[in-house]
Design a protein around this ligand. Sequence first.
Ligand code: DGY
Length: 315
Amino acid sequence: MKIFITSCIPEIGISLLQKKYNVKVYNKPGPISRKQLIKEVKHCDGIISLLTDKIDKEVIDSMPNCKVIANYAVGFNNIDVNYAKSKGIIVTNTPDVLTDSTADLAIALALACARRFVEGEQMMRKNKFKGWHPKLLLGMELNNKFFGILGAGRIGSATAIRAASFGCKILYYSNKRNEGLERKTGAKKVMLNTLLKISDIVSIHLPLNIKTNQLLSKDKLELLKPSSILINTARGEIVDEKHLIKMLRSRKIFAAGFDVFDNEPNVNPALLNLKNAVLLPHVGSATNDARNAMSLLTAKNIDAVLSGKTPITPV
Ligand code: DGY
């Protein structure tokens, strides 16, 4: 059976599949073009896709033998899951294995914003540090602050647990109550507007779907306090990025940490000039630990489906 992998993921998953299957890996730099993708998947029984591969009706229709799409990501907004299902194709993702890496990064961004890392870094590299000063780069400490989590799933909860260990008071917005998180951190479930009005730091951990697309609209963003920090390690489309930029520029919020953007890989040029924005290139899961585990999990999901077993992490 044939497997197509749309990028060179860590070797561990590829070699597992190579023991049983005919595996082809697209190993050119950058994302595969749509034309090439449609050509490559034609005779495949399974594919491993990236979040940058749009697996829509046209792509799904071009792979009549495919039984499994294993997305190398926890998010699967790049795949038309319902259409895949209607064609009898199982879609899997990579939850759990990237939780710690992504939660670490959310906290790193919160600290980078709170302590003005970017400004400090730039000052040093431009040789502009002229000595200790009582008012140099004053920021905010995390202890005793309200840390609001949007989405109290795996990554949101792991971020909340980290924030609680810094002394933060946890608020969360979620459609389900998370009693485990409440027990561990004393977190309180609140309405979205309440969370936005009260929180000193807001961290987004929601999947992107019809309900969450632009959830943080202009009106919602305007509820944030001028001293607040917004962190997004989920998906850029959840936030009205243009309005957020306006608020950052006019100091209507203190800072924002972006690991994801509205129109990746393009970044709104206005963001590049903002000192109170910390920008990272979508690296939430970018640790060897997480990426090796993601590779192995996608391979195991492919093998399970093609061997007639239940996949480990179907979506
Ligand atoms: C995901 O998995 O959805 C992240 O955005 C990348 O690892």
